[in-house]
Design a protein around this ligand. Sequence first.
Ligand SMILES: [Zn+2]
Length: 314
Amino acid sequence: MQRPPNFYSDNGLDRADRLRGDTDWLAARLAAASTRFVPLWRTRSLFDPPAGAEPGAAPRAVLLEAAEAAALIARGGERIFLGLDAEDRAYFALDLSSLDSPDHEPALAGRGSFADLRAFGPLLPRQEGAILAYARGMVWWHDRHSFCGVCGARTESRQGGFQRQCSNPDCGAAHFPRTDPAVIMLVHDGADRCVLGRQKVWLPGMHSTLAGFVEPGESLEEAVAREVEEEVGLAVEEVVYHSSQPWPFPSSMMLGFHARTRDSQLRVHPEELEDARWFERDFLLASPENEAFRLPRPDSIARRLIVDWLEGRA
Ligand SMILES: [Zn+2]
């Protein structure tokens, strides 16, 4: 069953990989008046209204036009071709991380403030949030792959930013953007109870699904079973795929599942979780969100997994 898209997916852009190798086309689009640039500064996106504006003002992503971006491009930041929108406008991510203080750049004066996408994600129009997430993930990957993982030489951007090529002719390794698969699962008893846990660093009262990274040499189903056993000591016997979510904070791909268990005795691993408990469906449906109990953030697939199970869409 195809479910509605999760936050940070479905950005509406045609990624147009057929055009990534056409350097003349890319150069023309970088200078075109219709082109839009998504600025990133040290993983932060640009938002308007500025931080500190009146409470309740809805944030919007600030995209720059070619004329505004020209002075910033001249400073040498990485540009990554993201794709084309329905009006054939090209979108590029523009990495401004080499600037010491972007708030003082004349080209950005009055345009807003840089902030972490996670602060505003749930409040943004969905496609806007998805474009910022996409740009964030790409810029982060470039930032951490300036040197070849094989020989240590410098790498250079190719294919509109979808490849980094080792500059050492004796090596020549090509590196491609990567995303790390993680499984995230709501464990339930096949009836009206589910398991939620919490980590010490989370907001007070927040309880969420279990999750963990997929390891080499295991299937997703095995990763679900292993993580559930490690974190709460339950054996799962039915693992059903739900949906996925890009989570570029910094580089994860969340793969969501519902998992049924016949066990009921929790054995919480103290190094993994501060607490984990069985929760009744009726409690969760009626529960206020406060410091005693709250569900995970509204833009997370964790919340989606819980709400769909509560409403019978497991
Ligand atoms: Zn190399």
